[in-house]
Design a protein around this ligand. Sequence first.
Ligand code: COA
Length: 464
Amino acid sequence: MAAGIDDIALYIPRLFVDSADFARARGLDPAKLKTGLGISKMAIVDANQDPACLAANACLKLMQKNKIAPKDIGRLYVATESALDESKALNSYVIGMLEQVYGTDSFEHCGGIECKFACVSGSYALYDNCNWIRAGEAEGKSAIVVVSDIAKYDLGSAGEYTQGAGSIAMLLNDSPRLLQFDSKVTSTSIKNEYDFYRPFGKETPIVHGQYSNLLYLIQVKKAFESYKKKALESKLIKLKEGETILDHIDYLCMHLPYSTMGKKALAYLLRREWRHLPRWKQIVEQTGMDEPAPRNPRGTIESILADDEYMGKDHEFTRLFTKTKEFQQFYDDKLASSLVASAMIGNLYTASLYLGLRSCLEFEFQKGVDLEGKRIGFGSYGSGSSAMVFSGVIQPAYRELVKDMNIEAEIGQRRKLSLEEYEEIHENRRGPHQSLLEAKKEFVLVNVEKSPESRGERKYAFYD
Ligand code: COA
């Protein structure tokens, strides 16, 4: 049985920090953020927003747009790494909010849980829910997977300029209008790691930034090797002499903690795919240097990162490689459109990959490309650490959905924060009743109980 994404809706907070203002305030070169990391704006939550109300807002948009009633939804899963409680799942808060609109107990039989594995958990949630549909358990109902996060790092840290916030809700069913997932090729890799983690009670993560960058590349590559094997064995993709499987994937959507990470990941994968093909000789010639190899290719990530000579040469080779016409062509044709929204919004953790998908669809459509039948490959990564690689094909009915996609219009009028306002929100110096924006047709947080017997109970309201 088929399964995939029927429609997709997003909710992005309307407050933002401008990356150039931010860079100046922190004594950084604005070009480092704009060009080096590909960040123009970082969406920031207001004082009355949390990951639950972002998720409920994305969900409500999806349901209203598609005129879906709660009885038509068999499962509602929320994937996040911004959990509000060690026990109570985020989907329960979302259902509570949606029932304010659809009526008490209207979601009574809608199953679901909160999923956690850093930024990759949304992909696991999609996969599991698609398998629920494929197994025939859905009985004509749809599933909704919501990815919702607030990417928040310590003030003054290297992660601070890769923040962002937002949520994406995806409607899944057995006759998807947007994207049908390829079955039996989804592949994973996993390893116990501490590249990025958030111990109990800590609001911001502990991050080993460069380690996490390299681990992301290695884990996605490992999952991709397994995907390749499955795609070839199942004959989903057939290769001719001198081809790589990436020649048969029309678009790539990668996990995007910041937009240039997509380019880094593409360069890493392409170097390893093209290295064995006849085309490589001509590509290396354009770089004017030999491709470097680490002193100990089987060494640990730490030993590779500590090999300064290799890291320097490898960085230079990657820089030159990304300037070759073959790389540029691949990048422009298959990746660039997916990076546009990330630069406008920032890091959405679990939702970053799906913001990339949304961006790819909107900006490729704007180019006038016929997307029907095009295969999208996904590289999902979550610290801690696991990667998932999978693919899907754009369906004939995509036009009716994609023609109206407009991320800027969907976010609505945005308000730029001063650095003082941003820091006030960041340091939680404003309560839910001191929001900067007035709520419009959305759920907001109105209270968090402080009394010992109900500590942590959260109340939300819908403002029409
Ligand atoms: N002008 C233009 N580009 C500049 C620049 C300048 N003045 N200064 C630096 N850059 C470029 C660097 O060359 C680099 O790009 P490259 O890797 O393509 O060469 C990029 O900007 C980032 O610089 P770098 O020094 O590597 O950044 P950093 O040490 O400040 O940290 C992260 C970057 C992503 C590691 C950090 O923000 C972080 O820890 N983020 C959170 C964790 C994360 O997102 N991990 C990703 C995997 S999940």
